[in-house]
Design a protein around this ligand. Sequence first.
Ligand code: XMP
Length: 516
Amino acid sequence: RLLIIDFGSQVTQLIARRLRELNVYCEIHPYQKVTDASLKEFAPKAIIFSGGPDSVMREGSPRPPKAAYEMGVPILGICYGQQVMMHDLGGRVEAGEHATAEFGRAYVTPTENRPEFLKGWFMDGTGKEQVWMSHGDHVAEIAPGFEVYGTSPGAPFAITADLSRNFYAVQFHPEVHHTPNGATLYENFVRLAGFTGDWTMGAYREEMIAKIREQVGDSHVICGLSGGVDSSVTAILLHEAIGDQLTCVFVDHGLLRLNEATEVVKMFRDNYNIKLIHADESDLFLGELEGVSDPETKRKTIGKLFIDVFQKYASEIEDAEFLAQGTLYPDVIESVSFSGGPSVTIKSHHNVGGLPEKMGLKLVEPLRELFKDEVRALGHELGLPASFIGRHPFPGPGLAIRCPGEITREKLDILRKADAVYIDQIRKHGLYDDIWQAFAAILPMRTVGVMGDGRTYDYALALRAVTSVDGMTADYYPFSHEFLGETSTRIINEVKGVNRVFYDCTSKPPGTIELE
Ligand code: XMP
């Protein structure tokens, strides 16, 4: 296995990701936690020093333990990692001045000698490679034993190595998208370190299971299950690890989609022998939401009730010591703080935020190193049905935020039926997987129409469909007019209470994905 020592770069997780793509197992440890002893115990086959925001010139700035250089294993230093390596091994780093700081795209050209590490580089006939630079300080003098193998106008030591010790150090970031051939360097490095690339999602599953067992011991874990891919994969993984020491709570707040509660509960009961509490609390939620039309009040009411309900069920579970959450890497903003303190900032999770502290529970978050597509791959590995793996995201507050204005059972019923027709249309036209998220919303107004020979005065619906990468920005999906016409007709014919359908063609920004 490979160890990444994290010096606080924003893109350290991308290094891990590149390595997983090469089927190499790695772990990221923050530099504060890596000591001579822990390093020896971990016994890495290779080490990577990440980038970081600090300056090696600053007294007390982050350093790897001395043992790293003495273990006889290959090391790759990136950006700050390069500077640290040069500084520790007898080179010299200079503080950045405007003239030498480099941010953004740069081009590296090779020297005469091409070590194995650069196999596959400088091959496209241009004689150079695009790289992404982001550094203030720079190496002024390389350490004894090192040679330069690539330079850029702003970085005379862009690629350096001590081939006898298998130490490599680059000034740029090979892990980011803007270093298009960067993955090749990682591939060369891991091959030089002797990795054969035999690590798989199946192996990750086994490792996670072992880790969960070690963390949890004989205690009991509770897990809020929503039926989304993240919480489903979390629950199944935990169940494989600790079996009956897991209890899942599925809270039905009455704001779910058509048949959703039954489908989720059935899928889990049929396929997995997980202890699952189906908490039907729709009367409670809908009762409290009566007369509430302000979006923030709705969200806060639902959030609070969710915690109350979860706490109620959880308190009935004996020995519950842990709370499992499907937090993914993008949900986690984890940074080694600039001041060198061991502080970690985590974006609070939307679903059961606040619960762990309130109940004195410890967290189990088996997916926090993964990106969404990796969670899907793990779900596949765990046998989760494809229909669950590819599901569009669904917000915690559910249909409440797709029903602007006051929520009534009648409106929710109409909305559920219309949404089901809309999604059916999308699936029938083979568009479901091209769309990030699609849903219907019921508008707080009635409009006049004519059906048969009679006047109608019914609800209007808005249909929404967006493409997105992470939900932070989004564009509306360009359905054909035929699709929109056919869908509108189907909804009005099949769903009583609707006589008009709009399509929302607002991007985000300025709109948000949900209506509230
Ligand atoms: P917005 O509406 O903010 O939505 O553009 C971005 C993404 O987040 C989802 N969303 C939520 N998910 N709890 C959740 O679990 C929430 O309170 C919540 N609000 C929005 C939304 O469905 C979209 O995917």
